[in-house]
Write a protein that binds this ligand. Sequence first.
Ligand code: SAM
Ligand code: SF4
Ligand code: SF4
Length: 334
Amino acid sequence: MPAATPYADDHTRRRPAVVSCALTPLAEVPVSNIIAINDIREPAEFGDRDFPSALVNVTNVCNLSCTHCFVFRADNPNKPKDKMDDATMLSQLEKLRDKHHIRSMLFMGGEPMIRKNLVMQAMPLFAHSSIVTNGTYGIPSVPGHLVTVSLDGPKELNDPIRGEGVFDKVKKAVFERDPDDGTTVMLQMTVTRQNAPGIEAFVEEVKDWPVTGVAFTFYVPCVDDQTGLGWDDLRDRDAVVDRVIAVKRKYPSRVKTNIGALELMKSDRCLEVTGQHGEHCGLRNGLLPLYMGEGGNFERTFCCYGNDVDCTKCGAYAVFNGAYHRRAGTVEEG
Ligand SMILES: C[S@@+](CC[C@H](N)C(=O)[O-])C[C@H]1O[C@@H](n2cnc3c(N)ncnc32)[C@H](O)[C@@H]1O
Ligand code: SF4
Ligand code: SF4
């Protein structure tokens, strides 16, 4: 459940206006020093522990309504009316960074590029920043950073999930970007029972696109999921995981997914990585999810996939890749 806010009545505090020094690079000036007179609310209380990484839903607004999307599930903070102004968000992210020693931040939504200016200002606050976007507003140029662009299969499978015309729009945006701008751009397909038949066709279609590579992750269901997008019997998912392993073997440098991580996702291994209720999950343990909650205040959800998730059927690649690297004593890329 989302963390409670201890000083719910005390969210609005006045800050003095401070003039920034024109000679100091913007990224080195604390955000709290360059915000003009404003009402800046303090961040909610999320305990005292460190989180090496975090995720922030900068907006609950999205221009698409994908069939599999966890963000808009009933149990999650996701109301488009709940908004936090730019100055407050920059200040709160900076404070949470310092308090929890957050080094990596993933900018998400909703669709984060709806607040592109804010995201561009917030990225330098963190040692490592990345974005996951639906790509319909263009691909942001952020040299040195990772941009993950979601596409859920070839056009005939992607568009029934993401919307009519979305595949072509995203393809155009990918081809229009400067491939030498220093941004790492990954395409990501979230595999469900709906689009699983298109894994191989998707790789064949995008293998020569001007991107760094293609990644796969699998559906994360909610408890008692009735969508039909997940696998009731995980042994059926194993066969699909094997097909991702096969495309990785066929195109080892284009498909960035790690076979060792995929092996851990198999039905005979996955519970040791996730636990029944996320008790073994490294992602839940190490990542602070900042959802946009009521009144435009951050709320922490059970994990980055929100509340009410079914960990026993979790297909989040990052969970299994993290476990793989912890076991191997190696370092995750990206
Ligand atoms: C929630 S979206 C937000 C960012 C952006 N709007 C986008 O679509 O990329 C982030 C990623 O989560 C994936 N996703 C959505 N619902 C999911 C689910 N139930 N299980 C696993 N991944 C999911 C999306 O396909 C997308 O790649
Ligand atoms: S574009 Fe992203 S946030 Fe919007 S509905 Fe699709 S998966 Fe969810
Ligand atoms: S749903 Fe997946 S990512 Fe979330 S806590 Fe469970 S195992 Fe971890």
